[in-house]
Design a protein around this ligand. Structure first.
Ligand code: NAI
Length: 341
């Protein structure tokens, strides 16, 4: 049975994420932690009659939260407001993630760490460098959660196809059409690279193809704007985060993944096929990239580089642009740890 901990459980993402994981049949124990209100949220969820138990911890009880946890999700930190990019959040969230990952290294050193807080492109390097410094780093255990980009790409692709041909959705189940796209790269603006795997759909989209790419890359801005200062994606993020966590949990039970193109933002040099990925993006010094992952017992055992071998010229351009930006984001995260004593 698997104990799951959520750090930042009282927030806009944390609360619905906690609810969805309380409903998840693969979780036996749910531990909620935040600097405010987690005890009450844990008590509330503990009245739901699913098989798992749920406890909310106060801010001084991180050890109890993490003890024996096998999966730790981190949505702790400040979200975007209008006018802020994910990169602007770095100053606030870098220290939070550093201190929480240090606690994971101390109290749950074998846990799989799922980083949701933004900017993912810089905070995953912070998590990795923190654990490396502690001598506790296991490459298959640290994952940046980019699944919301896939959820959006699947939704938007169907929207565009339906707008061109309203009968599409009637002829086939929308979820079958979802399998025709995946997202790689990073998790911000132009680092997000949607790849339509069924190339005939690119022709169907025609001029809408560029709009589709842009909407996947900047879809988060639609929500920030519509919420008018009240934050960024929370409910769709909780859905995407819970789906991602469920795949990790499913692999603990040796069950086949439900999502074939599940990707995560990972440290390439430590993983099987990582060097191949660096070669395929034509940059052997790029240390992190989001790619489809292969899981066993909750851990990434290799990454799948097939998608990088079949890129169209337009997709190659998108990769080149993403790689340049990713270098800056990754360096920012690494130096935050390496330059601190
Ligand atoms: P929020 O402000 O509603 O919640 C953040 C929570 O973190 C608060 O409850 C706060 O008390 C808690 N927190 C702050 N410092 C903490 C610490 N040291 N330890 C434990 N908890 C702490 O923000 P929201 O909307 O829930 O977003 C959370 C993060 O998730 C943001 O960084 C946001 O950018 C990110 N996000 C990531 C997405 C992705 O696709 N990876 C999508 C949407 C949001």
């Amino acid at each position: 049975m698997v104990k799951v901990a959520i750090l930042g459980a009282s927030g806009g993402v944390g609360q619905p994420l906690s609810l969805l994981l309380k409903l998840c049949p693969y979780v036996s124990e749910l531990a909620l932690y935040d600097i405010r209100a987690a005890e009450g949220i844990g008590k509330d969820l503990s009245h739901i009659n699913t098989n798992s138990s749920c406890v909310g911890y106060d801010k001084d009880s991180i050890e109890g939260t993490l003890s024996n946890a096998q999966v730790v999700l981190i949505p702790a930190g400040v979200p975007r407001k209008p006018g802020l990019t994910r990169d602007d959040l770095f100053k606030m969230n870098a220290g939070i993630v550093k201190s929480l990952v240090t606690a994971v290294g101390n109290f749950a050193p074998n846990a799989r760490i799922l980083v949701i807080s933004n900017p993912v492109n810089s905070l995953v390097p912070i998590a990795v460098e923190t654990l490396k410094k502690m001598g506790k780093f296991k490459p298959g255990n640290v994952m940046g959660v980019t699944n919301l980009d896939l959820v959006r790409a699947e939704t938007f692709l169907v929207d565009y196809l339906l707008s061109k041909n309203p009968t599409v959705g009637q002829e086939q189940d929308k979820t079958t059409m979802h399998k025709k796209v995946t997202v790689i790269g990073g998790h911000s603006g132009e680092t997000i690279i949607p790849i339509i795997t069924d190339k005939s759909l690119v022709f169907q989209l025609d001029r809408q193809y560029e709009n589709f790419i842009h909407r996947v890359q900047f879809g988060g801005d639609e929500i920030v704007k519509a919420k008018q200062g009240a934050g960024s994606a929370t409910l769709s993020m909780a859905f995407a985060g819970a789906k991602f966590a469920e795949e990790i949990l499913r692999s603990f039970y040796n069950e086949k993944p439900e999502t074939e193109s599940l990707s995560a933002f990972v440290y390439l040099p430590g993983l099987k096929n990582g060097k191949k990925a660096q070669k395929l993006v034509r940059d052997s010094s790029l240390e992190y990239f989001s790619l489809p992952i292969v899981l066993k017992n909750g851990t990434i055992v290799s990454i799948d580089t097939d998608i990088l071998e079949k890129l169209s010229p337009r997709e190659e351009q998108l990769v080149d642009t993403a790689v340049k930006e990713l270098h800056k984001n990754i360096e920012k995260g690494k130096s935050f740890i390496l330059d601190s004593s």
